[in-house]
Design a protein around this ligand. Sequence first.
Ligand code: NAD
Length: 331
Amino acid sequence: MKIAVFSTQPYDRQFLDAANAAEGHELHYFDMALGLESIALAAGFEAVCIFVNDVADANVLEALRAGGTGLVALRCTGFNNVDLAAASRLGIKVVRVVDYSPYSVAEHAVALLLALNRKTHRAYNRTRDSNFSLDGLMGFDFHGKTAAVVGTGKIGRVFARIMLGFGCEVIGYDPFRSAEFEALGARYAPPGEIGANADIVSLHCPLTAENHHIVNAGTLARMKRGALLVNTSRGGLLDTDAAVQALKSGHLGGLALDVYEQEGDLFFRDLSSTIVTDDVFQRLISFSNVIVTGHQAFFTREAIGTISETTLRSVSEFARKAPLSNEIRLA
Ligand code: NAD
């Protein structure tokens, strides 16, 4: 099947080409993200393959349908960028990669937390400049502290297991409780207790219409003073302006982000020779207790390999008119 693959980087092409040896599709790669301005590129393709910052809203989906597309294959887990109601109305199937490597994201969240707490990013710069002063680099033991997991799904549970290994008490919040989470030795707690007791809060829930800005000025104010917040999930979960205010007041002890609300204008490209005009982002990265990575939590060999194989297998199922193992259906 002919597939228009949007938002591709060299590593995507390398892994998709390797996975395609077993599937035999015709892959057409585009650097551009899918959106109304690039929609013409998709004309005549029965399947389009997209990533986290491509836009598949109702207008885009209507144009895709008019161009003959019947399948949107997401090379990711989250699907907040696809209008599922419009897809269903138009008869377009949507598949994603449900389970590739929860370890990749959970381990990255922990890497960010450790760096933020022990100021590794600052120490790295200092020692390169022969500055061996420890002033300002003090952290705290994770052992004996309380770590909160918001969203106790696949990634949240791996994160919980790692934090339990440090000797943390792990508490969690999720509207759908998981016996597996509790079996690890973690326990569920109401949002109020998470705010009051957690020294570390890590977000691992999908972005939905209901939880946009789930972390906002109110929730930040209720967090323990000096707590660390890490978001490797989706940018829209955090009200970034409110986070900037909480950092300015010193109430929020540190912030680690792998995702950002406006990341579509920034991430996955080299902007080092241009002027970044996003003032909120610029303010954010000016804090020494903020670490930002550009949506790289998933970026391990194991994860990219599985993403590529699963995506192309889903397209093969669609081509054979077989049931779609990874279809996203409207709730
Ligand atoms: P999952 O479906 O296994 O788990 C998500 C959990 O969140 C579920 O248990 C669900 O009940 C819970 N949830 C839903 N709404 C919630 C809310 N309002 N509050 C608390 N919990 C809520 O998904 P997963 O595989 O663990 O992935 C989680 C998220 O991680 C994805 O949706 C995606 O946004 C993000 N992600 C990021 C990267 C990255 O590279 N940064 C990579 C993969 C996934």
